[in-house]
Design a binder for this molecule. Structure first.
Ligand code: KIV
Ligand code: NA
Length: 275
């Protein structure tokens, strides 16, 4: 399994870091089989798996429950788990308890949290206490209510300047990587060049140190429309709907099950039963 220092080396040697989300045992197995460098148990869980319309309702218990399953599916992959809404804001003590729970109860390797400013002290405390932290700037979905929707961030010179400064603060506070979501590619490139730690982009262009996408978006699974920054590599919705419709139809038309799907009793046993 890779270590936090391996990701730093990958940046230094120009090897792209590949991260993919996973939320359960099968998706984790798929991610490990595909040899992703890192799995993110994202709180996007709330939307793509649990059917909420934002990540805000996701709880610590949700994240722990799903992360345990991900670890069982991917024993040998570095796992990052999102700290959910409001789990790293109340006090440093609460943040440390939540960070420790993620590592101890799930076997994950690191946590991710959104924002700078008020959370810088929390990144620092977690890192000092031994909890590796991935920071997350740009579009930070837990603040969707404040941002006023899922929009590209850092388009103006002022907001870009702020993001560049925030990124540096995250690095100084001890984050070992930074996710950049939905920012102009020129800004993402600038941030990546400014930092020693690797940047992992989603909707942040190609000039970052790695990429992350949501599992369900990559394979078109349970999602219909996807954001502009997603590339849909395959469509499992179609496969699933073909398979399930055929099953429903075959049962109704008495075409399933066939003999080869059935168990039989020996003649002598039948005789003993009925005489
Ligand atoms: O929750 C998530 O999936 C994420 C990625 C989009 C970076 O935070
Ligand atoms: Na997230």
């Amino acid at each position: 399994m890779k270590q936090t220092t391996d990701f730093l080396k990958m940046k230094q040697t120009g090897n792209k870091i590949v991260m993919v989300t996973a939320y359960d045992y099968p998706s984790a197995k798929h991610a490990e089989q595909a040899e992703a460098d890192m799995i993110l148990v994202g709180d996007s869980l709330g939307m793509v798996v649990l059917g909420y319309d934002s990540t805000v309702p996701v709880t610590m218990e949700d994240m722990i429950h799903h992360s345990k399953a991900v670890r069982r599916g991917a024993a040998n992959t570095f796992i990052v788990v999102d700290l959910p809404f409001m789990s790293y804001h109340l006090s440093i003590k609460d943040t440390l308890i939540n960070g420790a729970r993620i590592l101890q109860e799930t076997g994950a390797n690191a946590v991710k949290l959104e924002g700078a400013e008020e959370v810088i002290g929390h990144i620092n405390a977690l890192t000092k206490a031994g909890v590796p932290v991935v920071a997350h700037l740009g579009l930070t979905p837990q603040s969707v209510g404040v941002l006023g929707g899922y929009k590209v961030q850092g388009k103006s010179a002022d907001s870009a300047k702020k993001l560049i400064e925030d990124a540096k603060k995250c690095e100084e506070a001890g984050a070992f990587a930074l996710v950049l979501e939905c920012v102009p590619k020129q800004l993402a490139e600038q941030v990546s060049q400014n930092l020693a730690i690797p940047t992992i982009g989603i909707g942040a262009g190609a000039e970052v140190d790695g990429q992350v996408l949501v599992y369900h978006d990559i394979i078109t699974y349970g999602v219909d429309r996807v954001p502009k920054f997603v590339k849909q590599y395959t469509n499992v919705n179609e496969l699933i709907s073909t398979g399930l419709s055929a099953y429903v139809s075959e049962v109704r038309h008495k075409a399933f099950p066939e003999d080869k799907h059935s168990f039989t009793m020996k003649e002598e046993e039948l005789k003993a039963l009925y005489g």
